[in-house]
Ligand binder design. Structure first.
Ligand code: PGA
Length: 254
C-alpha cells in the first residue's frame, strides 16, 4: 500500500493534556476559544482535564470535542482513597482516559504492570485509552530506545482486545516540557518501528489502523512538519494545549 493511502485511512488525532494546570476562569476561557474556533473537521480532538474539572470540561466543551481523564484506577469502586474509576469518568459523560503518561511512570512510580491493568479495566469499561510510552534521555543515549518502547508497548498490548479504542502516544521523556522536540525524522523513525512491531506482534490490520501520535514540546510552529510524517497520526500536547495556539496544532493537517 502506498504511504499516502496508509496515512489517509487513519483519522488525525490531537489530544491536549492540561496536566495539573488552570482554574475555572482560565479553562473556561480556553473552552470558549476552542468552541468558537474553526477546527479541521477531519481531526479528532480530545482535551485531558484535571479530575476535578472533568465534569466542568464535559459540560462546557462542544460535543465535537472529546474529553479525557488524565489517569484512573484499575477497578470500578472500593476503598482506594484519592483514586477515580472508569465508571466515574463515564458517569461524567467523559469518553477517554490518558494512561501511562511519563509523569505517572516517573514522578508517581507507576509500573508497566499497573499501567497494563489500568488499560485492561478502562477498555472493559468502554473508555477510549490514550496509552503513553517513551524512552528517557539516558536510554536514548545508550541506544535502547527500541527495547524500552517495545517493552512498554508489550505491557499495553497484552491487555488490549479491541484496538479500535486505543491511541498509542509516543512521548520521548526528554522532549516533554523541555522545548526539545524530537525532529520529524526522529519521531517518524520510532513511529514506523512501533507500527512494524504491532504488525509483527498484534496484526496487520491493527498496524494499519491504530493511531500513533507524538508528544513532547509540540507547538504551532513545529506541528505541520511533524504531522506530515507518514506514521505520525496526531499529537498529545501539554504546554501548548493551554494556549490559543492549540487551535493551530489541531489544524496542522488542514
Ligand atoms: P509538552 O507535554 O507538550 O508540554 O511537552 C506533552 C505531554 O506531556 O503530553
Amino acid at each position: 500500500m502506498a504511504p499516502h493511502s496508509i496515512m489517509s485511512s487513519r483519522t488525525f488525532f490531537v489530544g491536549g493534556n492540561w496536566k495539573m494546570n488552570g482554574d475555572k476562569k482560565s479553562l473556561g476561557d480556553l473552552i470558549t476559544t476552542l468552541n468558537t474556533a474553526s477546527l479541521h473537521d477531519e481531526t479528532e480532538v480530545v482535551c485531558g482535564a484535571p479530575t476535578v474539572y472533568l465534569d466542568f470540561a464535559r459540560s462546557n466543551l462542544d460535543a465535537r470535542i472529546g474529553v479525557a481523564a488524565q489517569n484512573c484506577y484499575k477497578v470500578a469502586k472500593g476503598a482506594f482513597t484519592g483514586e477515580i474509576s472508569p465508571a466515574m469518568i463515564k458517569d461524567c459523560g467523559v469518553e477517554w482516559v490518558i494512561l501511562g503518561h511519563s509523569e505517572r511512570r516517573h514522578v508517581f512510580g507507576e509500573s508497566d504492570e499497573l499501567i497494563g491493568q489500568k488499560v485492561a479495566h478502562a477498555l472493559e469499561s468502554d473508555l477510549g485509552v490514550i496509552a503513553c510510552i517513551g524512552e528517557k534521555l539516558e536510554e536514548r543515549e545508550a541506544g535502547t530506545t527500541e527495547d524500552v518502547v517495545y517493552a512498554q508497548t508489550q505491557a499495553i498490548a497484552d491487555n488490549v482486545k479491541d484496538w479500535s479504542k486505543v491511541v498509542l502516544a509516543y512521548e520521548p521523556v526528554w522532549a516533554i516540557g523541555t522545548g526539545k522536540t524530537a525532529s520529524p525524522e526522529q519521531a517518524q523513525e520510532v513511529h514506523e518501528k512501533l507500527r512494524e512491531w504491532i504488525r509483527a506482534n498484534v496484526s496487520e490490520a491493527v498496524a494499519d489502523s491504530v493511531r500513533i501520535i507524538y508528544g513532547g514540546s509540540v507547538t504551532g510552529a513545529n506541528c505541520k512538519e511533524l504531522g506530515s510524517q507518514n506514521d505520525v497520526d496526531g499529537f498529545l500536547v501539554g504546554g501548548a494545549s493551554l494556549k490559543p495556539e492549540f487551535v493551530d496544532i489541531i489544524n496542522a493537517r488542514a
